[in-house]
Design a protein around this ligand. Structure first.
Ligand code: HEM
Length: 266
């Protein structure tokens, strides 16, 4: 066998191995512009579920706020969608939104301490201020655009200066119990969940302050909201890329969830 053909055989064997054990590839965010407001997001979008989560940040890397936009389908008005500041569910600041069935979007901050129970509502210095111009809900779809004030903090899971971060998403079609309350009970994200890589450097925009000024009054949580537990948030990693962490192998589970790669922007 000539050296050349030996190389070819080795290459083929390598290709074969990769196709048997494909490397986990994280979905990436891509540019998306909201038509109602012109806000430019870096957005994760799952083509299978139609779940989207976009972020816009200030060019000031010490600014702790971001503008977020959740977009996802509802099933007869039911379901919820949410994001995590890291690729994990347990520990970091989470947020979920759903319909109250009366034309309003209800949202709340959550923190999970296990994967079995409804994550309790939490409160802290962070606030949600809806951007009404780009918020709507009906029986089949929800769009929620908001300023997440003081949400970027290493103690919550993601530091303000981070340029690229692994973050998480979740989508359920099941009805939230007691949906009129921000403490409404969430069941498992049966429609999908997973993590994605957020290009936060690409989400920074000099127009941020102008867009943030569209936000209305802060949403008030339910009376029983607990203080966010920084000790449980897994602080330290700052939520930045934790490749090699091995625990976050790109979602999965929840049926065929987790493979919502692609960043179709339609
Ligand atoms: C804002 C709300 C939520 C968000 C953003 C969220 C996000 C996530 C993410 C990113 C994962 C994968 C990473 C990890 O295992 O830590 C996950 C896993 C999981 N979540 Fe959630 N979650 C939320 C609410 C819930 C609720 C309400 C339940 C059930 C009561 C739940 C149950 C689970 C379970 C069982 C897993 C592990 C599934 C598996 O490994 O197959 N989650 N979640």
């Amino acid at each position: 066998m000539s050296p050349l053909s030996r190389t070819s055989v080795t290459s083929l064997a390598t290709i074969g191995l990769f196709s048997i054990f494909p490397a986990a590839v994280l979905s990436q965010t891509s540019a998306f512009t909201d038509q109602a407001t012109g806000i430019q997001f870096q957005r994760f979008f799952g083509a299978r579920t139609n779940f989207g989560f976009g972020m816009a940040l200030s060019t000031d890397t010490t600014s702790k706020s971001f503008i977020g936009q959740l977009t996802f389908p509802l099933s007869n008005g039911n379901g919820w969608g949410g994001w995590s500041l890291t690729g994990d569910m347990e520990g970091p600041l989470l947020m979920a939104a759903w319909s109250d069935g009366k034309g309003n979007v209800i949202s709340s901050f959550r923190q999970a301490f296990n994967e079995d129970d409804n994550p309790p509502e939490v409160a802290g210095t962070f606030t949600l201020r809806p951007i009404a111009e780009a918020t709507s809900v009906n029986n089949t779809f929800l769009t929620y655009t908001f300023l997440c004030e003081n949400c970027l903090d290493a103690g919550l899971g993601l530091a303000p200066e981070v340029q690229s971060a692994e973050m998480g998403w979740a989508l359920a079609s099941r009805a939230v119990r007691n949906p009129a309350s921000s403490a409404g009970v969430l069941d498992f994200h049966n429609s999908g969940f997973g993590d994605f890589k957020a290009n936060l450097a690409g989400a920074r925009n000099a127009e941020f302050d102008k867009w943030a000024a569209l936000a209305g009054a802060p949403v008030t949580g339910a009376a029983g909201a607990k203080p966010f537990d920084v000790g449980a948030a897994g602080a330290g990693s700052g939520g930045s890329d934790d490749e090699g962490d091995g625990n976050n192998s790109s979602g999965g589970g929840g049926g065929d969830a987790g493979n919502d790669s692609d960043s179709d922007d339609d």
